[in-house]
Design a protein around this ligand. Structure first.
Ligand SMILES: C[S@@+](CC[C@H](N)C(=O)[O-])C[C@H]1O[C@@H](n2cnc3c(N)ncnc32)[C@H](O)[C@@H]1O
Length: 414
């Protein structure tokens, strides 16, 4: 399979399809490359965003990660320099129009492949985003090594690759559609795919997989990307961790963390105890096998042997907790004291217990106050209840849950 076929596909069907005019209405936010995640999982929550920040978006496509990162950095006045790389001109045109609509000035566009990066001479990056790209490369490890080489020794990377189990049924469909006319023109192949989708037997693995929706939501580009891709593969957690390791990187997180914890799916201690005894990434691999619905894996990673701490430390009283979706007061209002929190993801519904202190703590999280200040304010309100020991335990429980849910991060005071 040649790279030309991958390029041709993304010239004809830029993915995901986006209309630059929508930039006036909404900002698409996600993972990887949310600024709060980058700060928390790659810069120990200590990044000074007033300093210059060099980022590369490798295989930036129609621009989702690029636009989010550029906008979030502009919003906090970060002197950012962002380089976008993609081999599809059609995708780049869309990404460029989105950036123009937002009047963001930090981005430079390059029409090139990741494999060309060494000869572009772009220098070292503090952060590299590579979302949904490695699994399309002829040699994903070679591609990741190239990105690793372009990282500053104290920098980090955010990756997304397909997850094998959540995509169950996709590859048999791809095989079948190749049998039905591998060399037909793309439009004809899409028609064939639509016809086939209407007639799938109920036992077909793809038909039985409820978590896949790109072929329903993203039009012809979605059908092409999912079922007719020129080249894609999927990873189990263990394979992704091995890929990251072989590229000279060390993972710092899988997002969202709760989905990679067996305790999110099981309560029986007889089953949980041996799984909890596994190392962190094996535990994550077990959670993947249990859940069966992870269709992508999002990971952050840093160069092996990096000198500085990567992940923020919730025991640092000077750290500033910050919520991804804004306001802690509102979040606290929606919580019954000590009630359960329901979270849904790809057909699975988890219920997590909260503690009576969660609401009062969340209500004081504003992205400015440090952990220590929040503890002091609560102690002022009710010194008998909010002793330092009680606060430490309640904060730890609140942090553990909301960080696992990918809603709470640590940063530094601005
Ligand atoms: C599924 S899209 C993902 C786009 C974007 N990162 C996102 O998350 O929305 C994959 C992109 O990778 C690009 N791509 C594929 N192989 C590439 C390569 N070798 N070098 C650079 N880009 C590549 C494609 O052109 C396409 O735009």
């Amino acid at each position: 399979m040649t790279d030309d076929r991958v390029r041709e596909q993304y010239e004809a069907y830029p993915y995901p399809p986006r209309d630059p005019r929508d930039e006036t209405k909404r900002l698409i936010e996600g993972s990887p490359s949310h600024r709060l995640e980058i700060d928390h999982y790659l810069f120990a929550g200590q990044r000074d965003w007033q300093l210059p920040f060099r980022a590369l978006v490798a295989g930036g496509g129609t621009g989702d990660g690029l636009v989010m990162l550029a906008q979030q950095l502009a919003d906090i006045g970060c002197p950012a320099e962002i380089h976008y790389l993609d081999l599809s001109h059609a995708s780049r045109n869309i990404a460029e129009a989105r950036i123009r609509t937002r009047e963001l000035r930090s981005v430079t566009f390059h029409a090139a492949a990741i494999e060309d990066l060494p000869r572009l001479g772009l220098g070292e990056f503090d952060y590299i985003d590579c979302c949904g790209v490695l699994h399309h490369l002829a040699d994903p490890l070679a591609g990741l090594r190239i990105l690793r080489e372009a990282l500053s020794p104290e920098g980090g990377i955010g990756l997304m690759v397909y997850g094998e189990l959540g995509r169950s049924g996709v590859y048999p469909m791809q095989d079948l559609l190749r049998m039905l006319g591998e060399n037909d023109p793309a439009e004809k192949r899409i028609e064939t795919a639509k016809r086939l989708l209407r007639q799938l037997p109920a036992t077909n693995l793809f038909a039985r997989n409820p978590v896949l929706g790109d072929h329903l939501q993203a039009g012809d580009a979605g059908i092409h990307d999912l079922l007719l891709h020129a080249r894609d593969r999927a990873y189990r957690v263990g394979e992704l961790v091995a890929l990251i390791d072989a590229a000279g990187l060390a993972p710092t997180a899988l997002i969202e963390p709760w989905r990679y914890d067996p305790a999110s799916y099981l309560a029986d201690p007889k089953l949980l105890t041996p799984l909890n005894a596994l190392d962190r990434w094996q535990r994550a691999a077990a959670a993947e096998l249990l859940a069966g619905n992870l269709k992508t894996h999002i990971a952050y990673a840093v160069p092996k042997g990096r000198a500085t701490l990567a992940v923020a430390d919730a025991e640092d009283p000077a750290a500033v907790p910050v919520l991804k979706d804004g306001n802690g007061v509102e979040l606290a209002r929606g919580l019954r004291p000590g009630g359960k929190l329901t979270v849904k993801a790809d057909g699975y519904e988890a219920r997590f217990p909260t503690s009576t202190g969660t609401g009062p703590i969340l209500a004081l999280i504003d992205g400015q106050r440090s952990i220590a200040l929040i503890g002091a304010l609560l102690a002022e309100q009710d010194p008998k209840r909010w002793t330092p020991v009680h606060f430490a335990a309640e904060f730890a429980a609140t942090y553990r849950l909301f960080n696992a849910l990918n809603r709470l991060f640590l940063t530094r005071a601005r």
